[in-house]
Design a binder for this molecule. Structure first.
Ligand code: ADP
Length: 809
């Protein structure tokens, strides 16, 4: 492994290992060989050209088609301490001048440029005069007419490259794999005997499901009820669908966004911004949304309609789970989707040749949907990649959901179609089966058929959905014409003869297996507030994966923070301590111990401390003085348990102070010297002999108190203490105390003590809180808090929930 590149990866990006393919690509670029890398969305292309850019002497120019993405990339790079800028039409003249000045003075290592700029005279003048080491072309497939995102301006790249005397290394990146596109890229960019890397197309973290059950609306509603607190996109084929689903979900009380070409620019931009900044979790959109969205924590992508091609489908689902975390991709299919997409191709494309290609691609997509084999295998094969085993991560491989035998119901439908002598569409067949008295049915004499009214018990929508499901499973054919009509096929005959059973699986919304622990939610809130203050998307502070690792490894020091994946040096200094402070507080409040490899042996070992009352009082006085000066509540400065621990252990150096629970570098810097001074004087005055021992990660027991905080609080409540008194005595916040009570009730069913909580909220707040509870569910305290006026406190939310949902009177 190349140490230099690995060091850069760790120092700037905070990642410990390269992902598949990255290292080889970087090595090849460093050897100055032209390169074409084909990697799926989310595989980590950017790092492949960014790390060489940092090592090369000259500058790296990145050509990228998406203005919004350029800004994000540059912001991300700056946030980790890499000098970068972008040039595109969004800049005014002064900004451009400043960047050109920076370019001439070697200020940047990386510069992003939109292809439209490549023949601008002034840009060329500046670039001709500087040392360019690499030209990286992102989304390189845009150069090819075979690709689905062809850009005329990408044609300028070839001549831009060839005008340079000293040809830099040219690197091209794309997620599109087809051979025509690949050849086009090599040819149009004049790549010189390039190394071609095709990085496995599989995105193992994406679970692919195709649901052919028909009742899309019901499924969507149920899904959102269960997952309103995680980020996801719902794709629809038409603007009309986007608008109507948006309205329905909004009516249910959820705040979601929408995006399609028919909205005003401002409106679109605002929704997109809210989505990226985690202010709303769900976006309902046409395929116009997503290019240029780098948000790494999208946990689900649902297609309300089948897309037009496997390429489009794979690109769209690729937006889920960029951070490598498990994510769900669900396609809700009904046969009508195929007709809808045919219609859209018919009316949307002029060129006959392009229409033919589009129909062919649509056919491939439909074949995927109808396939009974592993979906992932099908897709990978489509992209020319061999997949040997079944994936066990798609709905064809996983046999979840209850299977029901629908053979008899199917036979009723089939025999009805047979008796109607074909030639009719779904609605007519359904009307006959339900025994409709419409004139049309009488006219055709269908009321005399033996199948008339044999499925009366079904609602119309239900039966339509069932017939659609049968079409989706190939039991009935739907044939094109002026309008689609139903026909029996070979499989229908087998079903009618009882030679083939129709076994259908009920589509169930699964509970997403991503349980968030409490600390993770707390860290997410801190991230949200930092991001809001700085006006950047939360993921630019730290990704979900990083916060999750923090919430289990509980880093408190700089060294420990740097161990966490995603924490590089700059971000550690900039944000790390805010997170460490909160982690420390959490450890104390919950009396948690850190897990590590030998957690069991640590669990069994305890570190006993007896506090020294006199020294403790002196330390309390110091805290009082600081609190007055800083205008803060004393326990927010240092918790009393930390003071007790100090008083019993007598730390005399700043390093020793670092071994006290609840005191991190920031507090040591601010108050460490004063504390040590008091301890030193006390030892001298009292002629004490101390025996310093390192506590490390052992569990602390002060003055023989072995109970967890939760136990202490519940015991005090049982003894009749008011919660405000308990909070004063234990220095545990009211909200945490109410959290303990809630957990206690969940476990034990009831409480035997009295709890006065009416004074913790105002009447008018109660209503607002209850509405938010309805929207997010009572477990989602973080989401509820975020949606309310910031003045409404956590304890008010918890009190209202206890009163209304747990019947505390
Ligand atoms: P692509 O351009 O291929 O779609 P990105 O370059 O945007 O993907 O990377 C996707 C995500 O993966 C980003 O959040 C990035 O920080 C992360 N990532 C990239 N390389 C690594 C790595 N070696 N370890 C962990 N995360 C990585």
């Amino acid at each position: 492994m190349n140490e230099k590149t690995l060091k850069i990866l760790e120092k700037y990006y905070g990642y410990k290992n390269f992902r598949k393919g990255q290292e080889k690509i970087i090595e090849s670029i460093l050897e100055k060989k032209d390169l074409l890398a084909i990697m799926p969305t989310g595989a980590g292309k950017s790092i492949c050209y960014q790390i060489p850019a940092l090592i090369f002497h000259g500058i790296t120019i990145v050509i990228s088609p998406l203005i919004s993405l350029m800004k994000d990339q540059v912001d991300s790079l700056r946030s980790i301490g890499i000098e970068a800028a972008y040039i595109n039409s969004s800049l005014d003249n002064d900004e451009l001048k400043e960047i050109f000045y920076g370019l001439k003075n070697n200020k940047y290592k990386i510069i992003y440029v939109s292809p439209e700029r490549l023949d601008s005279k002034i840009f060329l003048e500046v670039v001709d005069a500087i040392d360019v080491s690499q030209i990286a072309i992102d989304e390189a497939h845009c150069v090819s007419q075979w690709g689905h995102d062809f850009r005329v301006s990408y044609r300028k790249i070839g001549s831009f490259i060839s005008r340079r005397d000293n040809k830099p290394v040219i690197t091209a990146f794309t997620a599109t794999a087809s051979l025509e596109v690949r050849n086009d890229i090599v040819r149009m960019l004049n790549l010189n005997d390039p190394e071609i890397f095709v990085n496995g197309f599989d995105r193992e973290n994406l679970e692919i499901s195709i649901i052919k059950e028909g009742r899309k609306e019901r499924f969507l509603k149920e899904y959102i009820q269960k997952h309103s607190d995680i980020s996801g996109i719902i794709y629809c084929a038409t603007r009309k669908d986007v608008d109507s689903i948006y309205e329905e979900i909004t009516n249910l009380g959820y705040q979601v966004g929408k995006y399609h070409a028919g909205l005003k620019d401002m409106e679109r931009k605002e929704f997109q911004d809210m989505f990226i900044k985690d202010k709303i979790n769900i976006m309902i959109a046409t395929n116009a949304f997503g290019m240029g969205i780098d948000k790494p924590n999208i946990r689900f992508v649902i297609h309300n309609n089948m897309p037009q091609s496997i390429e489009a489908y794979y690109q769209e689902i690729g937006r889920a789970g960029r951070d490598g975390e498990k994510s769900e991709c669900i396609l809700l299919f009904t046969p009508g989707d195929i007709h809808l997409q045919k219609y859209l191709i018919d009316t949307g494309l002029r060129s006959e040749q392009r229409k033919i290609i589009a129909y062919k691609k649509l056919q491939d997509m439909a074949s995927l949907v109808y396939s009974a084999d592993c979906y992932r295998k099908y897709i990978l094969n489509y992209f020319g990649e061999e997949a040997i085993d079944n994936c066990n991560n798609c709905s064809n491989c996983l046999s979840e959901g209850e299977v029901t035998d629908k053979t008899v119901e199917s036979q009723k439908v089939l025999s009805c179609i047979g008796r109607m002598k074909s030639g009719f569409g779904i609605t007519m067949v359904v009307d006959v089966l339900r025994g409709s008295k419409s004139q049309k049915i009488i006219n055709y004499n269908f009321h005399t058929l033996s199948t008339y009214g044999i499925m009366k018990e079904y609602k119309k929508d239900e039966l339509i959905a069932f017939v659609n499901t049968l079409i989706s499973h190939g039991v009935i054919d739907q044939v094109e014409g002026t309008y689609p009509i139903l026909k029996l096929n070979n499989l229908s005959v087998k079903v009618l003869k009882g030679e083939h059973r129709v076994l259908l699986k009920e589509a169930k919304v699964k509970d997403y297996g991503f349980k968030e622990n409490n600390l993770f939610n707390i860290l997410k809130e801190i991230r949200f507030s930092i991001a809001s203050e700085e006006g950047i998307p939360p993921y630019m502070v730290f990704g979900d994966v990083t916060l999750k690792e923090m919430s289990t490894k509980l880093p408190e020091t700089k060294e420990e923070l740097l161990e966490i994946s995603g924490v590089g040096e700059i971000k550690c200094d900039k944000y790390g301590f805010k997170f460490a402070e909160e982690i420390r507080k959490y450890i104390i409040e919950n009396n948690t111990i850190k897990s590590n490899n030998d957690v069991n042996s640590i669990n069994n070992k305890k570190f006993y401390v007896n506090s020294d009352e006199n020294l403790y009082q002196k330390l309390r006085n110091l805290r009082e003085t600081i609190a007055l000066k800083e205008n803060k509540i004393p326990y927010s400065i240092i918790h009393q348990n930390s003071l007790k621990e100090i008083s019993g252990r007598y730390p005399l150096t700043l390093e020793e102070l670092g071994d006290i629970s609840g005191i991190g570098p920031k507090k040591i810097e601010a108050y460490g010297r004063d504390i040590i001074c008091i301890v030193k004087n006390y030892i001298e005055d009292n002629n004490l002999n101390r025996n310093w021992q390192v506590k490390g990660r052992l569990k602390l027991v002060i003055d023989g108190e072995e109970r967890e905080n939760e136990e202490i609080v519940i015991d005090m409540l049982n003894e009749g203490y008011e919660i405000s008194e308990i909070s004063n005595r234990t220095e545990i916040s009211l909200s945490t105390i109410l959290g303990y009570v809630t957990e206690y009730i969940k476990e034990n069913g009831e409480i035997l003590f009295k709890l006065n909580i009416d004074n913790l909220y105002k009447k008018e707040e109660e209503e607002e809180i209850l509405m938010a509870c309805k929207r997010f569910g009572v477990e989602k305290i973080g989401e509820i808090k975020k949606s309310l006026d910031p003045r409404i406190k956590y304890e008010s939310i918890r009190a209202v929930i206890l009163k209304n949902y747990y019947n505390i009177v």
